[in-house]
Ligand binder design. Sequence first.
Ligand code: NAG
Ligand code: NAG
Ligand code: NAG
Length: 363
Amino acid sequence: MSSFLLMLLLSHCAALPFHNMDFLDFMMEDEAGSGVTDSISNTVPIFHHLAEEPTCPFRCQCHGTVTQCSDLGLEIVPAEISADTTWLDLQNNKITEIKENDFKNLKRLHLLILVNNLITTIHPKAFVPLGQLERLYLSKNLLKEMPVNIPKSLQELRIHENKITKIKKSSFQGMTEVIVMELGSNPLTSSGIDSGTFAELKKVSYIRIADTNLTEIPKGLPSSLSELHLDGNKISKVHADSLKGLVNLTKFGLSHNEISVVENDTLAMVPFLHELHLDDNFLTKVPPGLSDHKNIKVIYLHSNKITMVGTDDFCPLNYNAKKATYSAISLFNNPVHYWEVQPLTFRCVYDRSVIQFGNYRKK
Ligand SMILES: *[C@@H]1O[C@H](CO)[C@@H](O)[C@H](O)[C@H]1NC(C)=O
Ligand SMILES: *[C@@H]1O[C@H](CO)[C@@H](O)[C@H](O)[C@H]1NC(C)=O
Ligand SMILES: *[C@@H]1O[C@H](CO)[C@@H](O)[C@H](O)[C@H]1NC(C)=O
């Protein structure tokens, strides 16, 4: 009986391919009476197959391939996110956990925003399906560890304001496409970061590890680096060696540390540096090498313990030496007074307003 019905249905189906709805109607009527249809519907998928519409999770907003589910009080990642989604925004929710299959179908996802949730755990396989992910924003969560199996396609990782204490070398293995890495405001210490951790990031241009408990500049930074922001740490000494090979470094932030020593050859290691922030440290003198440096334009030294400024601290001895013009030098809030500094000291500075120093301090 069952197989007879199946044959009947299949033959009709072949004859009238554009009238599937009729068959569905027929099935529904039959279902009520005979009880044979369960096995039929399992073997003939055509009867319950309708063209797949892109789905949008309840209360989310979907526009094209963007799925927007922020600020909804969600406690879990919604099911039924369309497989076409390229941007998924889940920020400002109450998600506590990322489960193995939460992103299972999202093979086309480029951007995943999970900022400002309550995430404590991420399943080790959760990110595996995201073979095209370029940007992953996990800041402002409760993660204690770096997620594992982050897709190798990733270009930008933002994971600041979490509870991460350790970064293992394996965390960034093979992540050769990363350009931006933001790790600030985590309870990181220098001993918590494996040496060579960043070496794999061969294209990285921006690294920020501000407001942590680093006591040293991480070693083995990639030579592609153009901006390094290590403000708000507990670094006490700038070792020239730690900047070795950073030929592309243009901006270096070390404000609000405990730096009392900048080694002699430090600036020579970074010939293209434009901007150096050393304000709010424990320096007792102007760091060496500024007068010989060809490209430095901005140097912040305010709020240190500088007691003396020498006439050759900023400008080359030789008037004809090629040197970029300074656009900002800050020296206020140091024990040295501006009237104790010889005007000759700033002979290579052509605009007085560039110097922020006691009475010269810019508003
Ligand atoms: C750094 O260490 C201090 C003292 O151990 C701690 O109070 C502080 O929260 C730490 N900072 C961060 C960003 O974890
Ligand atoms: C430095 O930057 C230039 C221009 O962005 C790039 O072509 C070059 O490969 C970089 N050097 C290194 C060592 O990454
Ligand atoms: C750094 O350079 C200054 C001036 O040339 C020199 O007096 C000093 O001894 C040097 N310091 C070290 C540790 O080499």
